[in-house]
Write a protein that binds this ligand. Structure first.
Ligand code: GRF
Length: 212
């Protein structure tokens, strides 16, 4: 498949440090990713991910539903922000909120999330950040690793696109698991977005295939 001449426009949603956002920015700058981050959105103005975006002159938007008169007005405004920047793909990279339905529907097959464990285990509401790694640690699993999946209307249930196993058999803390998994997140997230942009992620009714 030949690469499109214009670079795909990507919005990234963050709630925290944004190291995954940084991995995407770096992949875009190096040319590994035939796409550009045109908008970074956060549910909190305190997210360091916003600072990372500003350093790169990427547009930012803080989206708080409570600042609007109704959830519908909030999601309409979010949608218009995405349209204003011609966003084609969305990556949730450490974003702790559910996306509004209108956006999930409009971007079906073009929104992905990164989760720091091997779904379908250790997912769902409340399973984010260190909560995930603590649960994995307590389970005495010998492997963990990131999952990138399509986003649907629930937490962590969309079709799984890619996973990377990480050996955690000798770790002594959830923090050590987090560190090992995060390193792999920074590789798998740009990889999956690249594949989606190239049209190499194929969805059927019950499975997702990533082509070489
Ligand atoms: C990552 O582990 C991500 O998978 C999880 O939250 C963490 C965010 O890290 N959902 P960062 O903000 O990208 O540094």
């Amino acid at each position: 498949m030949t690469e499109p001449s214009t670079r795909a426009k990507i919005a990234v949603f963050v709630s925290g440090g944004g190291s995954n956002l940084q991995a995407l920015i770096d992949a875009s700058k190096s040319g590994m990713l035939h796409g550009e981050i045109v908008l970074v959105i956060s549910n909190t103005s305190k997210a360091y991910g916003l600072v990372r975006a500003e350093k790169e002159n990427i547009n930012t938007f803080v989206y708080k539903v409570k600042n609007y008169d109704s959830p519908d007005l909030a999601s309409d405004d979010l949608f218009s922000q995405l349209r204003k920047h011609d966003v084609e793909y969305i990556a949730l990279a450490g974003y702790l909120k559910l996306l509004p339905q209108n956006i999930v529907k409009a971007f079906k097959g073009k929104i992905i999330n990164i989760h720091p464990a091997l779904l379908p285990k250790y997912g769902g509401k409340g399973m984010y950040g260190m909560n995930v790694h603590k649960a994995v640690f307590q389970s005495s699993s010998k492997v963990s690793g990131p999952t990138v999946h399509f986003v649907d209307e629930y937490y962590d249930t969309g079709g799984i696109i890619a996973q990377q196993c990480v050996d955690i058999s000798s770790v002594n803390s959830p923090e050590e698991i987090a560190e090992k998994v995060l390193k792999e997140e920074h590789k798998i997230l740009p990889y999956v977005i690249k594949k989606i942009i190239e049209g190499k992620v194929i969805r059927t009714d019950n499975r997702v295939v990533v082509l070489e």
